[in-house]
Design a protein around this ligand. Structure first.
Ligand code: HEM
Length: 98
């Protein structure tokens, strides 16, 4: 994501180690694992990005595309990939504060 010109501006000024830990814990929980997520709600976490940096469908679609490529490359079976991508799609309204 940081190498992708479509979205990397939105990650400037963000302290990455905490973000990465939160995202990992969140996705683990969202996909049926134990709840170790202690971060903000998705709506709250992205509100400033929508307001100040214009976070939009374009960015959401770019992130979803990168995630999809990554999980397929990692050799995760198709059924699980579909489950992950369906979940990601279901977060769109919250992420974009719609
Ligand atoms: C596709 C679904 C997405 C999920 C499941 C997701 C998940 C998360 C989570 C769990 C956090 C951590 C909240 C916290 O630290 O309390 C976060 C923060 C963040 N996300 Fe997302 N995100 C998504 C989409 C996006 C998109 C499309 C962008 C921008 C291209 C983005 C950029 C960020 C940034 C910059 C932060 C840090 C905000 C801050 O610390 O102020 N996210 N996201």
């Amino acid at each position: 994501m940081l190498a992708d010109e479509r979205i990397n501006k939105l990650f400037e000024d963000i302290y990455l180690p905490i973000l990465i830990a939160h995202q990992r814990a969140f996705l683990k929980f969202a996909l049926g694992g134990p709840n170790e997520y202690t971060g903000k709600s998705l709506r709250e976490a992205h509100a400033k990005l929508v307001e100040k940096k214009g976070l939009s469908h374009y960015h959401f679609d770019s992130v979803a595309e990168i995630l999809k490529e990554s999980i397929y490359e990692a050799g995760i079976e198709e059924k699980t990939c579909n489950k992950i991508m369906n979940y990601i799609e279901s977060t769109r309204e919250e992420i974009l504060n719609l």
